[in-house]
Design a protein around this ligand. Sequence first.
Ligand code: HEC
Length: 436
Amino acid sequence: MSNIENRHPGKFSFHMLMMVLAGFTVFGPEMAAARQSAVSEVTFAKDVLPIMQRACQQCHRAGSVAPMSLLTYEEVRPWARAIRDKTAQREMPPWFIERNVGVRRFKEDASLSDEEIATIGQWVDAGAPRGNPGDAPAPIELAALDDWRIGSPEWIVELPEEQLIGAVDADRWLDIWADSGFAEDRYIKAVETKPSPGGHRVVHHVATSMRWEDENGEEGGGFLNEYAMGKNGDIFPDGTGRLIKAGTQIRFNMHYSSVGEEIVDRTRVGFQLYPKGYIPDRVLISRHVGDSFDTLDIPAGADNVRSDGYYVLPEPTQVTGFQPHMHIRGKRMCVEAIHPNGTIETLSCTGHNFGWHIVYNYADEVAPLLPAGTILHVIGWHDNTASNRYNPDPKNWVGFGNRSIDDMSFAWMSFFHMPEEIYEEKLVRRKRMSSE
Ligand code: HEC
């Protein structure tokens, strides 16, 4: 008997089905309602659209560099699975800071919370329902792509020539130099880098920096500003500024990607300035920290190759931001502060993705406050295996060099120094704030 049943699983299923149906007639309406509400709990209109508005739409809209627009349900629906995967892996939005170490609060942090990622996952797993359109928030106002966020600049420096990006060119990373035209030293109050009108579609990112030679023939300079879709310019707090010296050359580090159409760009950087002769109380410095010129030694095919670099802070310092600088094989970077009393404090660790260059600016209340004599220790890790998708050749040894097929490891750190008494006052204020 049991033998026959086994050979006719269909019959068994039929019994099961009858039982389920019987159950359904008894508990049916309630169960169905419960299931319905579980399914409709997470909807696009109520739960997912607000996340898209906050963290995705400034890039994912018509005319921008991102491959698709994510403004409406119709636009988002076909991408639901890709969105679930990219957000779960924290590849989108691009923001690679490790969340469990170091400073946790940043300016302009578009990254998703664990809850938001879970919400997107539940929504996709439930079949990506639209929900009740009445639950949807009003569309957000997205700033026009051509607006200067710092206001109309007093001074603009453009690329020396237009760049023509073909319909199907490979991605291009270029360093282009331009003369700033500054005839005297000035302090910058605000700075913003922007593609020219229409260029937004092909400009993936731009980082601008300065190089000058001072009276004694010493080279100086530093980071200026970074453009990536959705970023504001930098407006420095009152009394804070960055020096640009007479005769400065400006470097535009460009990443162009084609969009299937020929497009012309002439990216520019705009400035607001303090009056001539004015010297702000706090001069913002951006410099290389922890270069490992001699020690960078990345064997063929090796992963997690570590290098170390150091920089001693000569005066009390507030660190305002940092950006890892590595090339194609860069994988991860940590910065720690070794205090003169021997305490070691991790400031930040971040993944590195050659496709994105992100500046992480610390929120003012938590920006690291460090005594004179602190050693900033920068630790880089490189991946020279084939699983690094940017790696052109895992069979090559790689060392320090300027070409992107060579590599580097240092952090651009931005900070300002202050006199000892101000540092002490700030420390006291911090302690009071954290005990409240
Ligand atoms: C700073 C701009 C920016 C932000 C913010 C951003 N994206 Fe993207 N996104 C891009 C770009 C550019 C690409 C193209 C691939 C690349 O360059 O990494 C992309 C690619 C993607 C892809 C892969 C598309 C494909 O072709 O497979 C998905 C999915 C995606 N983004 C979803 C999102 C979601 C969801 C958010 C918000 C939670 C978001 N993105 C936020 C710029 C952005």
